[in-house]
Design a protein around this ligand. Structure first.
Ligand code: GDP
Ligand code: MN
Length: 349
């Protein structure tokens, strides 16, 4: 392939409205948080920041999901913080347990082995149910059925900048289905057979591949191996209809049958990301460079001073992950032929 052949003036990232649009009708969108009762006070920090930076202007709903009953304390405190309507869903047992084809003894032995090898969360059973749930079931909850867009929020995150425009409306108007802030490679030890399993699926079902997909972002060798790049799913703004699609449902079913959520430690981030990169055309995937975001240990902070000042961002641009060596967002710019952000070289070290 000759990269010079189709070199055109690279399009810049689509512009985002700086000023709030006139108060218009809300669209069908909600925040979604999976949490335990014990997450209440770290989650309160996240909610407070999202409210102050965004939702106090828009009053979107907030759906909380749990594999256990939420306590009164949890419901009362979160309802007091959220400016939209809060809803609480109990996850059905079938969405948070072992499918019948899983050999639970084998799964337990894997956890012990991963504990010894010190693989992050490798020893944890609940973490696996969480990853499987976020991959295959969050979007199937009854409580989400009337919504079109969602924004996933976790405990202990930070939002660094004011968001004066309605991001959900922006997604809809610009025909975006998946939005991210940080991307990076997955730990290979957690996903030894994931890519092989994905390939089995796409070889049998080539009809699901988007014509203008982003395979090149996932693989450095034309699809033979996975480079591990994934959108960090603790932040996601997306279209639920993407997960509800036949392509995604069949894909999840195939992965679930293969057992890697339990026999390895497949994360929902690579599972979502591979699907988005293969089943969506590139232009439906959006990098939110302007929100300013933190989840331990990485930051997203607009490196452009004008943006930071205009939006009252309180982050250190030197910590921005976008252009660092380990970031996959650099490659995202490359495969999309986007013009890099002004001054990026100063923030790559
Ligand atoms: P990390 O970001 O990968 O370190 O994982 P977290 O501990 O933040 O978990 C990811 C999300 O799932 C967070 O929103 C947690 O609150 C939630 N979560 C993790 N484990 C459980 C669990 O066992 N039950 C419930 N209800 N939520 C969980
Ligand atoms: Mn987290």
């Amino acid at each position: 392939r000759n990269p010079a052949a189709n070199q055109q003036a690279p399009p810049a990232q689509p512009a985002q409205p700086a000023a709030p649009p006139a108060q218009q009708q809300k669209i069908k969108a909600t925040f979604v948080t999976l949490a335990r009762n014990s997450d209440l006070y770290t989650l309160s920090d996240s909610i407070r920041m999202i409210e102050d930076r965004f939702n106090k202007k828009f009053h979107y709903d907030w759906v909380f999901l749990n594999d256990d009953e939420f306590s009164e304390e949890f419901k009362e405190a979160t309802t007091a913080l959220v400016s939209g309507t809060t809803k609480y869903g109990l996850i059905p047992k079938e969405h948070w347990s072992y499918p019948e084809w899983i050999d639970q003894e084998k799964a337990a032995l894997v956890r012990e082995d991963m504990r010894e090898r010190k693989i992050i969360y490798g020893h944890s059973e609940s973490y696996r149910h969480m990853c499987r749930f976020e991959s295959g079931f969050f979007w199937r909850q009854d409580i989400l059925k009337d919504y079109e867009y969602y924004w996933r929020v976790e405990p202990d995150i930070k939002l660094y900048c004011d968001i004066d425009y309605d991001v959900f409306k922006w997604m809809k108007q610009n025909n975006k289905d998946y939005g991210f802030t940080i991307s990076l490679p997955e730990y290979k030890e957690t996903i030894p057979t994931l890519w092989q399993t994905v390939k089995e699926f796409t070889e049998k079902n080539p009809q699901y591949l988007a014509k203008n997909n982003m395979l090149e972002w996932l693989s450095n060798d034309g699809g033979n191996t996975y480079n591990g790049c994934h959108f960090w799913s603790n932040f996601e703004i997306g279209n639920l209809n993407f997960f509800r699609s036949e392509a995604y449902q069949k894909y999840f079913e195939h992965l679930d049958k293969a057992g890697g959520f339990f026999y390895e430690r497949w994360g929902d981030a690579p599972v979502h990301s591979i699907a988005a990169a293969l089943f969506l055309p590139k232009e439906k995937i959006h990098f939110f460079e302007d929100v300013g975001y933190y989840h331990v240990p990485f930051h997203n902070c607009p490196i452009d001073k004008d943006i930071r000042f205009e939006r009252n961002c309180n982050c250190n641009p030197k910590e921005d992950f976008t252009w660092k060596a380990y970031s996959c967002t650099t490659k995202y710019y490359k495969v999309n032929q986007f013009k890099r952000q002004k001054g990026w070289e100063k923030f790559s070290g």
